[in-house]
Design a protein around this ligand. Structure first.
Ligand code: SAJ
Length: 428
């Protein structure tokens, strides 16, 4: 194996493929510690904004991008020629589901872009969330189209991303980073690279174990949220306060981890990652991954269940859903987030609209274009609250005036247990 080309404290060049919520923070950190960084993205508009020092990622201030540009050590580009001469390349591209099937086309494209620029001793690390086997069975062969041999002439590894957008406590730098390599020598190079970027790295024996780590983390969350959601439906029918039981169970100092029921599971991770695992199990072994399939069913059903509970609540007041004025608070996928990907709020709005309700929605974190066509966007006001037949809390952004919601609403269906118990408040 030729000497690896990594030396953080010189002019080592790092290419980051994909400048999104994972790639851009990593690129900025690499600049901070002394690398020359090429931020490659196929979206020319993103590249143009970055080239002007304008960040579109909430956790990366534009000032960081400007400073990196001023250092002369950051080059945002959509020109693959700029990838030439890299010492380490990190692939942080999307891995969505397309028609329910894992879509690795972005990884394939990244591998094809990098292959011509591979040199002896270079290192390529995949960070995108994917099923076990992707790095060794898809990416490595793609890179070997260069004529160089993975694990012999160049290094390949996998390191799952653990970026939690908006999390001010756990950041890229202080969140432990799992690292792996195709060979022990590759693991050593990958770990040395990340040791220059983060406080703590955690080496695992193989790339498949690292790939599974990430899917395990998010499948664990997804299944446990589904458990709370199904329990919420039963507890309501049993007339038992699940929320109080969750609070009391949370006093157990060991062996319990708090999850809460909600209107559904959104975001770029949880609705997607577990299905990568269940797809791989089905394809490789022919077996259904029942926990994942059941969790998907339960969580996907929650907007329908919320619509059902709203119908029952209105019915109690002899009010039909048809023509009822419903005010939806929060459409983003989680509190204080600007992201509406896979969010349950828009799904609920469409269901209410199908029942001919007059659906109005508030979400100061989203743009007008993020609001479904069937919804009237409004600002939170005493008048909107008082004129609503029912207010439903879907995403409880801290920025909303919850005291006013409690005081001015005729009836609230609270899916997040945001409000204190009151005669006009009903919980999921
Ligand atoms: N949700 C519930 N009940 C819960 C927790 C979440 O209904 O108890 C819902 C949320 O409202 C949201 C969805 O699930 O719609 C996802 O919420 P999340 O807290 O899992 O947030 P994500 O999707 O941003 O998950 C990310 C993940 N981070 C990475 O993949 C790097 C996840 O591993 C983190 O644990 C999570 O952030 C976090 O803890 O914030």
């Amino acid at each position: 194996m030729p000497e690896d080309r990594l030396n953080a404290h010189s002019t080592s060049t790092v290419v980051v493929m994909g400048q999104g919520y994972v790639g851009l923070p990593l690129a900025m950190r690499a600049v901070d510690v002394g690398y020359r960084v090429v931020g490659y993205d196929t979206d020319i508009h993103r590249v143009q904004r970055l080239a002007k020092g304008d960040s579109y990622i909430e956790d990366v201030p534009s000032s960081d991008v400007s400073r990196a540009l001023d250092f002369g050590s950051y080059l945002p580009t959509s020109n693959s020629v700029d990838c030439a001469g890299f010492d380490v390349a990190v692939i942080t591209v999307p891995t969505p589901l397309t028609d329910g099937i894992p879509d690795l086309s972005y990884i394939v494209s990244a591998g094809q872009t990098l292959a011509p620029h591979l040199r002896a001793g270079t290192c390529v690390v995949l960070e995108s969330t994917t099923y076990p086997g992707t790095t060794s069975e898809l990416l490595a062969p793609l890179l070997e189209s260069s004529g160089l041999r993975a694990g012999i002439d160049f290094h390949v590894g996998y390191s799952p991303e653990r970026i939690d957008p908006g999390n001010k406590t756990w950041t890229f730098v202080n969140t432990p980073k799992v690292v792996s390599g195709l060979t022990p020598a590759s693991l050593a190079v990958v770990q040395r690279f990340y040791d220059t970027l983060v406080d703590r790295t955690v080496a695992v024996s193989g790339v498949k174990e690292a790939e599974l780590t990430k899917l395990l983390e998010n499948t664990f969350r997804h299944v446990n949220i589904a458990l709370m959601n199904e329990l919420a439906m039963f507890a309501s029918d049993l007339g038992v306060d699940l929320w109080e039981a969750i609070d009391s169970a949370s006093t157990k100092p060991y062996g319990f981890m708090r999850f809460e029921p909600g209107p559904g599971v959104g975001g770029h991770c949880l609705p997607v990652d577990p299905s990568y695992l269940s797809w791989k199990v089905k394809r490789a072994l022919g077996s259904p991954f029942r926990f994942v399939e059941l969790a998907n069913d339960v969580n996907d059903h929650m907007p329908n269940y919320v619509a059902h509970r709203i119908t029952v609540s209105l019915n109690r007041e002899r009010r039909a859903m048809n023509g009822a004025r419903i005010l939806v608070l929060g459409l983003a996928y989680k509190r204080n987030s600007h992201d509406d990907r896979e969010a349950p709020g828009p799904v609920l709005c469409a269901l209410l609209d199908a029942f001919r309700a007059d659906v109005r929605a508030v979400d100061p974190f989203l743009d007008d274009s993020d609001f479904p066509a069937c919804v009237t966007r409004v600002d939170l006001s005493a008048e909107e609250l008082e004129r609503a037949d029912l207010v439903v809390i879907v995403t409880d952004h801290d920025a909303l005036d919850w005291d006013m919601v409690a005081r001015r609403s005729n009836r609230v269906f609270d899916t997040r247990h945001r409000l204190k118990p009151a005669p006009n408040v009903e919980y999921l």
